[in-house]
Design a binder for this molecule. Structure first.
Ligand code: NAI
Ligand code: MG
Length: 354
């Protein structure tokens, strides 16, 4: 299990350090893990003048999976766009062909009051959103701004999906549904947009290969409403890049705690990049305040999706549940009556629980 570790910027090094300690425990217990450190984003710009340098490129290509903290920070805002940390992230995703973005929204019972929704609406919430990451209106050509026949400026982007792009994300979503409750909801706007009508047709076709999975379809505007009205009706959702961007952020906030949410981005061979859903939190960086659990849970996703080690993933997730049940909280998820701890102490507790 070759893992490239890219701490990144801001709180990245702090949270990744804690995830690496968890990995060390698993290694001591016999998991054949090999890790190698690299740089990405601002840290890479500082050292190599490039947010995704050649050395990092070689490192991640040689690895089976990548664990990333987060990139970015105000000190890089003045740089030209191609040199900015976020470019490093876009470059690595594209270079590794990471087309399937998995964003769980899971509410731990101990954190039910962190949600802005009523406890009975969100208690037990466990959704997996599968977002296509490399196509759609974000990348479709033509795009740009030009002058139309009336001499007026006009701007446009193009929503596009090829059949193979939809088929491969459909397979990822159906495979995940098979491992969960076997219910998959495909989100589209097939009543208005041909691209998503095509998407729906291919989902139905791929679904014939998965007779055990119950496939449903929902228009994106309704899905946005249903996510706040009755989110527990969903198990696995699959959608295109732009709808997925919006719905995955909406779903993540149902839980109310950004410091808890992992993510995975996979290629065709289940090689993946795993990172917390949040950013580099420069406002709290270097102060031992960050919540490392999203990163530790990203590691659990890596064990499950790249390495097929559900046992090890469940062990890590179980340790996280245990520290929450014991009442330990970093500042972002603190509630009166709990014990407030820093990033390193939270790592200590997870290691002890393991
Ligand atoms: P952010 O997610 O970094 O922070 C938003 C708020 O949540 C802040 O108040 C922060 O302190 C808090 N927060 C985030 N993660 C936390 C954690 N683990 N524990 C406790 N509190 C946490 O988003 P923001 O402020 O919009 O962006 C900051 C920088 O991060 C920017 O440079 C942005 O470009 C970058 N960014 C990077 C991402 C990535 O690497 N994938 C994703 C999103 C933003
Ligand atoms: Mg987003």
């Amino acid at each position: 299990m070759k893992i490239a570790v890219l701490p990144g910027d801001g709180i990245g090094p702090e949270i990744v350090t804690q995830a690496c300690r968890v990995l060390d425990v698993l290694k001591t217990d016999g998991l054949p893990v090999e890790t190698e450190m690299g740089v990405l984003g601002g840290a890479a710009y500082d050292r190599h003048g490039d947010p995704y340098p050649e050395a990092t490129r070689q490192l991640v290509h040689a690895a089976d999976a990548v664990l990333l903290g987060a990139v970015g920070g105000p000190q890089y805002d003045k740089l030209e766009r191609p040199l900015r940390p976020e470019r490093g992230l876009l470059a690595i995703r594209k270079d590794l062909g990471l087309f399937a973005n998995l964003r769980p929204a899971l509410l731990y019972p101990e954190l039910a009051s962190a949600s802005t929704l009523k406890p009975e609406v969100v208690a037990g919430l466990d959704i997996m959103i599968v977002r296509e990451l490399t196509g759609d209106i974000y990348f479709g050509q033509p795009r740009g701004i030009s002058i139309n026949e009336l001499g007026e400026r006009e701007a446009y982007n193009t929503m596009r999906y090829s059949e193979s792009e939809v088929r491969r994300i459909a397979h990822v979503a159906f495979d995940i549904a098979m491992k969960r409750s076997r219910r998959l909801c495909s989100v589209d706007k097939a009543n208005v947009l041909e691209t998503t009508e095509f998407w729906k047709e291919i989902m139905i076709d791929v679904g014939r290969e998965y007779p055990e999975v119950e496939l449903s379809h929902m228009y994106v505007d309704n899905a946005a409403m249903q996510l706040v009205r009755n989110p527990k009706q969903f198990d696995v959702m699959v959608t295109g890049n732009i709808f997925g961007d919006i719905l995955s952020d909406e779903a993540s906030m149902l839980t109310g705690s950004i410091g808890m949410l992992p993510s995975a981005s996979l290629d065709e061979n289940n090689k993946g990049l795993y990172e917390p859903s949040h950013g580099s939190a420069p406002d709290i960086a270097g102060r031992d305040l960050a919540n490392p659990l999203a990163t530790i849970l990203s590691l659990a996703m890596m064990l499950r999706y790249t390495f097929n080690r559900d046992d090890a993933a469940l062990r890590v997730e179980g340790a996280v549940k245990k520290v929450l049940a014991a009442g330990l909280r970093t500042a972002d998820i603190y509630q009166p009556g709990c014990e407030k701890v820093g990033c390193a102490a939270m790592g200590d507790a997870v290691v002890a629980a393991l």
